[in-house]
Design a protein around this ligand. Structure first.
Ligand code: CTP
Length: 420
């Protein structure tokens, strides 16, 4: 079991339809060995029953600020302090407003005001409520107070509309809780209102160069060395950067994907061609090396098709290809302000990726586990950990498109906040 098995979470359940997902969250926290004590607001009890919450958490559920029996058994101040982390899910507009203003007129809001522990919220509300000026102000206040946000995401709403305000999925909240409990949330989680949806315009006037796909290194006129990269992640990143307003050059190895609309796509075969195309596309504000560049090429390409002699072994002499990412990361002149690499690893993910970041002079490495069973190559989903100089941030399993949007939102924020 993980080092989380002795941790305690105080879970405050607000009144929203998303409360049903919170039941799943409790189950998943318990699976990790994390103890969960739940508090429900009056409104929450319309969406989930204290009995179901108690059965799943295995602990008494607290609902009433003025319960003499509860207060005698465990005072509300103690309840707010004994946990390692306070989680509010779903965090309604009303709860966020109370938190931002320090109101304490029921058990949930009193605990939130009285706690000395970190608070993580998973907002859930109608998109107009999420985008309403008071909520935007409250979210900014809470962020400044150090409250950690998980979501909300975009999606279909119970009310029939589509947009931001949908509560993060239990696994996403779980990942945020684990990160908060283990203290490795050094990088801020996306927490601005509409963070991931609102990248439109975030890269206006910026230039972005992305590499994608595999490279093919010829052996002879009909054979080549290749790898399993599909290019889906790199192409999604180029499309997301374009959607954010950037002028994008995508340097792509051979893939079975359409060129993303509005992106200048340069098609190459070999690592050497990729290197030259990248250099020709500079200068840029951001370089993202998502290609699975072949590490080796044959020392010589046979001019004619190699013929086999019956039963004889054939050997190939391989020489190393140029490292495109390292060349960009260590450039003296015209180095892009942000250089981002990927690290495909099958073991010791974080350790190897950290070393890669330093060795290749990158600002950020997006590390993913491509070990057996991960299904990253060619698949639709990706589970990545972002590694920067000041810490790491683990993202839950997301579609490659979502990874691309979140990554671009994050890079845009970094560029804009640093006023580079
Ligand atoms: N990369 C590159 N040029 C190369 C090799 C890799 O630009 N010749 C870039 C990739 O695009 C990726 C990063 O370097 O962003 C890491 O690629 P990866 O294959 O994980 O690492 P390698 O450097 O090849 O190291 P190893 O294979 O030993 O793990």
């Amino acid at each position: 079991m993980s080092g989380l098995s002795k941790k305690r979470v105080l879970l405050i359940i607000g009144g929203g339809i998303a409360a049903y997902k919170t039941l799943d969250l409790i189950r998943r926290l318990r699976e990790k060995g994390i103890a969960v004590r739940a508090v429900m607001t009056a409104a929450a009890q319309h969406f989930a029953t204290p009995l179901s919450v108690a059965s799943l958490s295995g602990e008494k559920v607290f609902t009433d600020l003025f319960s003499l029996t509860d207060e005698a058994a465990i005072g509300h101040i103690e309840l707010s302090r004994e946990a390692d982390l306070i989680v509010v899910a779903p965090a309604t507009a009303d709860l966020l407003a109370k938190m931002a203003h320090g109101l304490a007129n029921d058990l949930a809001s009193t605990l939130l005001l009285a706690t000395d522990k970190k608070i993580l919220v998973a907002p859930a509300m109608n998109l107009r409520m999420w985008l309403a000026a008071p909520t935007v102000r409250n979210v900014a206040t809470l962020r400044a107070d150090g409250v950690i946000f998980s979501g909300p995401g975009d999606g279909d709403m119970a009310c029939g509309e589509y947009g931001p305000g949908r509560m993060s999925e239990p696994l996403e909240i779980l990942a945020a809780i684990e990160a908060a409990l283990t203290g490795d949330t050094v990088l801020p989680l996306p927490a601005y209102p509409r963070a991931d949806a609102a990248v439109a315009g975030a890269l206006d006037g910026r230039r972005v160069v992305v590499t994608s796909g595999p490279t093919h290194e010829p052996i002879d006129p009909v054979r080549y060395i290749a790898n399993r990269s599909s290019g889906k992640q790199g192409h999604a990143i180029a499309a997301a950067a374009q959607a954010a307003g950037a002028s994008v050059t995508l340097v792509s190895g051979p893939v079975a994907l359409a060129d993303p609309a509005g992106v200048t796509t340069v098609h190459v075969e070999t690592a050497d061609e990729m290197r030259r195309a990248v250099e020709a596309a500079l200068p840029a504000d951001i370089f993202i090396g998502a290609a699975a560049v072949a590490d080796w090429r044959t020392a010589e390409t046979a001019p004619e098709k190699l013929k086999k002699a019956a039963g004889a072994e054939q050997s190939l002499t391989l020489v190393q290809n140029p490292d495109i990412l390292a060349a960009i990361g260590w450039r003296d002149r015209d180095r892009p302000a942000l250089v981002v690499g990927f690290a495909a690893e099958t073991e010791s993910l974080i350790e190897h990726a950290q070393k890669k970041r330093l060795a290749k002079g990158c600002d950020l490495i997006v590390a993913n586990n491509v070990g057996r069973g991960s299904n990253v190559f060619g698949g639709e989903m990706n589970e990545v950990t972002l590694i920067a100089a000041d810490g790491s941030e683990r993202w839950p399993s997301l579609s490659k498109k979502e990874v691309a949007t979140k990554l671009i939102a994050r890079l845009a924020r970094q560029l804009n906040e640093a006023r580079i």
